[in-house]
Design a protein around this ligand. Structure first.
Ligand code: SAH
Length: 395
């Protein structure tokens, strides 16, 4: 059996059961573990505390599968984990009106580096750690047994794989998937998802609970949906009776799907205006034209990819939020988000406060938002919380 022994200084932090063991915390490696292979984890005084996967090229040298020294990392281990994760989703997802949701949320479901999303009869996986990759065949077999999907597709075409000594890759793993877009349902609304070429695994499932909140606010309003992707927030706004929805998105293929999603839900496409352009530019243009809205949604991509980008990202968030607040009619509603894990909820709120101050408007927080409940956050792994948002009222 391969093993790692921690340095004495690491003994105290390992008690917190955070699943990541950095290279600097390791005193010695015994045996010759290959990329992703399971290793025993010992404290400095040779107490076995659990098992993890070894990743020789990554700074995160070991990701702990289990802090129970007795627990073997075998077929049954993965089966137990998948059943637990599945039981949680059965409690939190109303499967009579929603069939697109996250089944496995990596570290937060005790499965470091593994993402599994369900889209109707199909599963889409990301194997983001050496350990997830090493156990791939077992994982696919169990997913097939438990969920009986028509097809399992891999979307591991992401750069982070290279940190784990793995190449980005994508393709069919089991069964079949259609050439066309997949029709899914979310809170009773229909959405077409491109699991092969779409962003992430195809859809921003983490915004489901927040999209539903739009229904409470958008009736009779003029709505501006910035960074709209395939029109998720727009469909909810139109369905709740928005007077008009304008959406801005840089990807023209995403906007084409947004049009189809609008029609698929029986909504009037004439109430939807598409702008295929850069949000930063269009917001300035609207400011110069003195165009205003009753409600604005800002759901930008991750501005801070690393801790070193926090300041620059902060300026980006402040910029779009300041412009948006100024475009709001009195009594207007702002839904604003950040999915940068490196920007805390507290910092995000400070940035919005700065924008509100500069706008010379009186802005109140009505509600604080986070990622949907199928993206749980393990308390031992606070990094799992990345999406935060605010609903604000601007007078
Ligand atoms: N709200 C969406 C998800 C948004 S993700 C939903 O509910 O599905 C962010 C989107 O912003 C992506 O679709 C990306 O293509 C787009 N994007 C990134 N930078 C942009 C920019 N500068 N201007 C316009 N769109 C941009």
């Amino acid at each position: 059996m391969h093993s790692v022994t921690l340095k004495k200084a690491a003994d105290s932090f390992i008690k917190r059961k955070h699943p990541w063991i950095f290279s600097g915390a390791i005193e010695k490696v015994e045996g010759n573990p290959s990329n992703g292979e399971t290793v025993q984890v010992f404290t400095s005084n040779k107490t076995l505390i659990g098992h993890g996967s070894f990743s020789p090229t990554s700074q995160i040298r070991v990701r702990v599968w289990s802090f129970n020294p007795e627990e073997k990392i075998d077929f049954e281990f993965f089966q137990r984990k998948f059943l637990h994760a599945s039981q949680l989703r059965e409690q939190i997802i109303n499967t009579s009106n929603t069939n697109a949701y996250r089944i496995i949320n990596a570290e937060s479901d005790g499965l470091p580096g593994l993402i599994v999303d369900r889209y109707a009869d199909f599963l889409v996986c990301q194997f983001l750690s050496a350990g997830a990759e090493f156990n791939k065949e077992t994982i696919i077999e169990i997913l097939n047994d438990i969920f009986k999907p028509v097809g399992i597709f891999e979307r591991s075409d992401v750069e982070v794989r290279t940190k784990e000594g793995l190449q980005p890759t994508q393709g069919l793993l089991r069964g079949t998937i259609p050439d066309d877009l997949i029709e899914t349902m979310e809170n009773g609304f229909k959405f077409l998802v491109d699991i092969k070429n779409g962003h992430k695994t195809g859809f921003y499932l983490d915004q489901r609970d927040n999209r539903e909140l739009i229904l409470k606010f958008a009736k009779d309003k003029t709505v501006l949906n910035c960074f709209s992707y395939t029109g998720g927030f727009s469909v909810y706004a139109l369905a709740s009776g928005a007077e008009k929805v304008t959406q801005i998105e840089s990807s023209s293929s995403a906007l084409e799907i947004a049009n189809k999603n609008t029609e698929l839900n029986g909504l009037n496409i004439y109430n939807l205006e598409n702008i295929n352009d850069d949000v930063f530019k269009v917001l300035r243009k609207f400011r110069d034209e003195r165009r205003t809205f009753d409600m604005i949604i800002l759901d930008p991509p991750k501005f801070a990819e690393s801790a070193s980008q926090i300041q620059q990202a902060g300026r980006g968030y402040k910029d779009i939020n300041l412009l948006a607040i100024k475009l709001l009619n009195p009594g207007g509603i702002l839904f604003t988000f950040s999915c940068s894990g490196h920007i805390s909820q507290e910092l995000f709120q400070k940035i919005i406060a700065g924008a509100a101050l500069d706008s010379e408007r009186e802005v109140k927080i009505i509600k604080q938002l986070t990622q949907s409940s199928d993206h749980p956050v393990s308390l031992n792994f606070p990094e799992g919380l990345y999406l935060k948002g605010l609903i604000c009222l601007a007078n």
